[in-house]
Design a protein around this ligand. Structure first.
Ligand code: AMP
Length: 193
């Protein structure tokens, strides 16, 4: 299987790039943010639990997020692989994902980390708010909090994959196509190795 963690701060381009990766490699795209948003829309119990955290730009608790992610993976027993977009976002999530994939006789192939500086992220998110309809993109204070939470809780997750020699940094500025090509090159280098 080809299991990729697509990593990076809010606004780095994970969602956009996921679309190109799933098409090229025939993978299942699991975006925890998208799954939470569709649960909020559907007014499910999970959606109710997640909403208060998302509205503030805080992380949804690990217990809720991990069990949701695992049940999503279970829905695709014949998948050739997964793109994990927005997960793991804490060290506990990274450990849980490793254990879960090991129990399925598979593992993470690599973490591809989109690197974009903070001023660019804020500009992108505020611009995205015009079309995304996301309240957490439209308010600059929430946007800043999401980046703060990323730096505090999520950025350290990179270390987990660096220790396993699975981390690949990808320069995240350029056209969508240029960045996709950088991602393809990184995947091919890992897979052909
Ligand atoms: P995203 O669509 O990835 O920007 O995520 C939007 C929001 O969903 C985040 O600000 C968090 O509140 C929540 N969220 C998404 N993924 C996770 C995760 N792996 N762990 C905790 N909260 C998450």
């Amino acid at each position: 299987m080809l299991n990729i963690v697509l990593f990076g701060p809010p606004g780095a381009g994970k969602g956009t790039q996921s679309e190109n990766l799933i098409t090229k490699y025939n993978l299942v795209h699991l975006s925890t943010g998208d799954i939470f948003r569709s649960n909020i829309k559907g007014e499910t119990e999970l959606g109710k639990k997640a909403k208060a955290f998302m509205d503030k730009g805080e992380l949804v608790p690990d217990s809720v997020t991990i069990s949701m992610l695992e049940s999503e993976v279970e829905k695709y027993p014949n998948a050739k692989g997964f793109i994990f977009d927005g997960f793991p976002r804490t060290s506990a999530q990274a450990q849980a994902l490793d254990q879960f994939l090991t129990s399925k006789n598979t593992s993470i192939t690599c973490m591809l980390a989109l690197e974009v500086e903070e001023t660019e992220l804020i500009a992108r998110l505020l611009n995205r708010a015009k079309t995304s309809g996301r309240a957490d993109d439209a308010d600059v204070n929430i946007v800043r909090n999401r980046i703060t939470v990323y730096n505090r809780e999520t950025a350290p997750v990179a270390e987990f994959y660096k220790k396993q020699d699975k981390y690949r940094g990808i320069y995240g500025i350029g056209s969508v196509e240029e960045i996709s090509n950088r991602l393809f090159d990184a995947i091919n280098a890992v897979v052909l190795n």
